[in-house]
Design a protein. Structure first.
Length: 251
């Protein structure tokens, strides 16, 4: 599978602490949410999958410097993988270091069926502030919305709004950007004013509540494709509805 044919999943959560059980728990949660998935391989320097007979012990030993090493399903044709690292305080919202969990799912029937459950499981177990799952091609254009420096005058693609850099965001609870499937913790939902029963009726028709009181909100019925005018308009409407996302609201 080429890099362009995958679903990127990212969750932003409080930084890891000493002997933090969340990395192993997140991997177990991802396996439960994706039927038949076993993340019991690592990847060698030359890209080959290597079996991990003692996966949990290996993960625990490798959890350091605020992150955990990549584990995968060992399937080079339909790879599923997850890893995590720390975003340092000087480049993170509110000056608070964060734990970033990154996963990749295939856009086949199995991946698309499981992706919402995987996003919810990973985010809830990680105690995430917010997260998203987005097809690779759309995520590239969404990433290009970020203005990381004052002298960065590049106009975002497709008429999408400019969003501020993560380090300029005032709080880790405020989502930095939108995606196809969006996880908003209870605190994130409050910060952006979701849900409003009237204004958010369409989004609520594709949303579900999580056990912690957060939300998984799906932007479009099918995977986000910004070449589809209806999908592009849905993304723009969501940005208009939630100006707090991306640090665009007036102080």
């Amino acid at each position: 599978m080429t890099a362009k044919r995958k679903i990127n999943l990212t969750v932003y959560a409080p930084a890891l602490v000493s002997k933090d059980p969340r990395p192993v728990a997140v991997v177990h949660g991802m396996e439960r949410a994706f039927p038949g998935l076993r993340l019991e391989w690592r990847v060698s320097e030359d890209g080959r999958p290597i079996a991990l007979p003692q996966r949990d012990a290996w993960l625990t030993a490798g959890t350091k410097d605020g992150g955990f090493p990549l584990v995968c399903n060992g399937n080079e044709s339909l790879p599923v993988m997850i890893s995590g690292w720390e975003s340092p305080a000087d480049s993170a919202p509110g000056g608070q270091s964060q734990w970033e969990v990154h996963a990749q799912l295939p856009p086949n029937e199995g991946g698309l069926t499981a992706v919402a459950d995987v996003l919810e499981a990973v985010a809830e177990i990680a105690r995430g502030h917010w997260g998203h799952a987005t097809p690779f091609r759309a995520s590239v254009d969404i990433a290009r919305q970020t203005r990381n420096r004052p002298d960065d005058l590049e106009v975002p693609p497709r008429g999408l709004p400019v969003i501020t850099s993560p380090g300029a965001m005032r709080s880790p609870e405020i989502p930095h950007r939108l995606g196809w499937l969006n996880y908003w913790s209870a605190a994130a939902a409050r910060a952006i004013g979701f849900p409003d029963p009237v204004r958010d009726a369409e989004l609520l028709s594709r949303a579900r509540r999580t056990p912690s009181g957060g939300w998984v909100v799906q932007l479009t019925d099918t995977p986000l494709d910004l070449d589809d005018p209806a999908h592009l308009e849905a993304l723009k409407r969501a940005y208009e509805r939630f100006p707090e996302i991306g640090g665009r609201a007036a102080p």
